[in-house]
Design a protein around this ligand. Sequence first.
Ligand SMILES: [Zn+2]
Length: 372
Amino acid sequence: MSVRLGKIMGIPIRIHYTLWFVFILIAWSLASGYMPTQYPGLGVVTYWAIGIVSAIILFASVLIHELSHSYIAKKNGLPIGRITLFFFGGVSEMTEEPQDPGLEVRMAAAGPLMSFLIAGVLGALWYLGSLLKAPVAVTATLGYGGLINAILGVFNLLPAFPLDGGRVFRGSVWKRSKNLISATRIATRVSEGISLLMMFGGFVAIIIGDFVSGIWIIFLGWFIRSGAETSLQQTLVGEALAGVTVGDIMTRDVLTVPANITVDQLISEYFLVHHHGAYPVVEGREVLGIVTMQCVRSVPKERRTSTTVKDSIAACERAVIVKPSASALDAMHTMARQNVERLLVFDGPQMLGIVTRGDLMRTIRTRQELGA
Ligand SMILES: [Zn+2]
């Protein structure tokens, strides 16, 4: 879904595939619509050059905005998994939520402040360029860069999740009430109100004839609505798993499979007898990987008596290891990041147990239902 661009401040930067499409769309709309209207009389090639450079400036600005959040997070010891640039913005994947409201406010505010700072710098360059009679192509690009950063700053300050303004708002309520859950619920309700207003406004715009703006406003409203819901769920999950360690919920006495048996034996002696969805494959004391039902299915029937489990596990799930003292929430993030369904629990060289996504989901459900 996304390609890796590189690393900045130790954080992997990725580009979501939708961004290429958006990049072309923005360059095209600038080159064929906005720029010829604002600055008539230039050549087609010049308009396209302005459009492409402006689109690059826009994405660089979004990236710097995201990095400013990450900078404050890292400085305060919060790890950032990675930054993915997509559609009309970026997403920093925090592996942990901030533990105090003051930090959340500072971290969220850093992004819009950075956008305003870039807007100021580009605006000043634009002004200088106009004074010095720089080529129109240069001032047009600078002017657009300044404007789009100002818009980015203002839009992100809307007090709605998942925008920065929503986090600033939640942090402020949280600081006063000292209760993260109730603060999140209030912020979610405000976000939903804003998103409904936006969607309503979008319909009105369509009815009075501005179809394109209407669709955009409805889309942004929908984006805010789903983002708010996700944030609320994340907070509730974080709260349900608070204080739970991997050791508390893991399954002990893991049944392992020797690497040298055939796939046929694996099916008849393990999958059909015991009711687990996957087994760690061991050779001596070493865990080679995890054999799952899906990867057994990928071995053709006629080859199952001749293929050993060891030969077939190359395409199976990797064995990802976790300590029993790790928090259950960390385990959940690790599974998402490594794209695996289960983690092996090791204390030193000894395998103590296994923890699956299903175990985590059950724990969350049970604790939420019991209000524990
Ligand atoms: Zn931001």
